[in-house]
Design a protein around this ligand. Structure first.
Ligand code: GLN
Length: 294
């Protein structure tokens, strides 16, 4: 049957939504809208006043290519090269983890800790260990206008993405990027706050990750070792050495390793009793530990 009906924005969205639903996307309509808006070079909301428009062949070709990749499992954030986090837009590539909403709790905890410490000392020094796309460092810099931030990552390609985000958010004068495995390349400087969203997925969890995560996101940023807590086991003593007395360490964790993280901190010593903050889903997500004041 000849296809005589025009491929309007409305029809493209409907067809693509049904197609992506069959391909088991959990958000087919949203995916279709975000991809079409990207192909058309507009905001998603603008599609709603363009339902009857027939996009050009160039727009449709670009859209079709992205829909094909989405149907094969590629995450939307990588297709469009950006993701919103803490109400700010960030560039993302396959060299970095896609920002997760639960990591916003790490930012909230960081800002709370900074507020408490900053009463006495406005120019706080903060380290973001495993910065990835730089989301935590950028959010800290944007919300704490006098803080100085050191953003660390072992991956040079991740640091390039972080650099672009730092520049686009105009905070490069207060964020220093350093390529380093944890603190190995950091001199003896001390920080008021150390925050990290380290890799914490265990070996058995890696096998159960959704295809999208396992196939497309960097394992370096996800895999924390056989039990998931091995990297944290290395991070805690290193962080302890770089924290000022009374300074605060904030670690994103999963409920699987929360208790183990407390144990690592207690066994290391030199911290007050750690606390855990729960995310919006009610899951243990951020462990907070203050360096003891001797
Ligand atoms: N929360 C991430 C996940 O689901 C893991 C992030 C991390 O390891 N830091 O897959």
């Amino acid at each position: 049957m000849p296809d005589t009906e025009a491929w309007t924005v409305g029809r493209l969205l409907k067809w693509t939504t049904d197609f992506l639903k069959q391909k088991e996307s959990t958000s087919p309509r949203l995916d279709a809208e975000v991809l079409l808006a990207t192909a058309r070079g507009c905001e998603r909301i603008e599609l709603y006043t363009a339902f009857d428009e027939v996009p050009s062949d160039a727009v449709r070709d670009k859209f079709r290519e992205m829909v094909k990749r989405r149907a094969a499992g590629e995450p939307v954030a990588y297709l469009v090269g950006r993701r919103e986090f803490y109400s700010l837009p960030f560039k993302v590539t396959r060299d970095v983890l896609i920002p997760r909403p639960e990591t916003e709790l790490l930012v909230v905890a960081l800002l709370d800790a900074a507020k408490e410490l900053g009463v006495r000392k406005p120019e706080l020094s903060i380290a973001d260990v495993g910065t990835g796309s730089g989301i935590v460092a950028v959010c800290a810099a944007k919300n704490l206008p006098t803080a100085k931030i050191t953003a660390i990552d072992v991956s040079s390609t991740a640091l390039e993405v972080a650099r672009e985000n730092i520049i686009s958010h105009e905070v490069s004068s207060r964020i220093e990027l350093i390529q380093s495995d944890l603190f190995s390349q950091i001199d003896d400087r001390l920080f008021d706050v150390i925050a990290s969203n380290p890799p914490y997925v265990s070996e058995s969890e890696m096998k159960e990750l959704r295809g999208e995560v396992a196939e497309y996101e960097p394992h370096l940023a996800l895999y924390g070792g056989p039990t998931g807590s091995e990297l944290i086991q290395r991070l805690v003593p290193a962080a302890a050495e770089h924290l000022l007395p009374g300074g605060c360490m904030l670690l994103e964790v999963s409920p699987m390793i929360e208790q183990q993280t407390h144990k690592i901190i207690r066994d290391h010593g030199g911290f007050d009793t750690p606390r855990t903050l729960k995310d919006m889903a009610g899951l243990a997500r951020v462990v907070v530990a203050k360096r003891a004041v001797e």
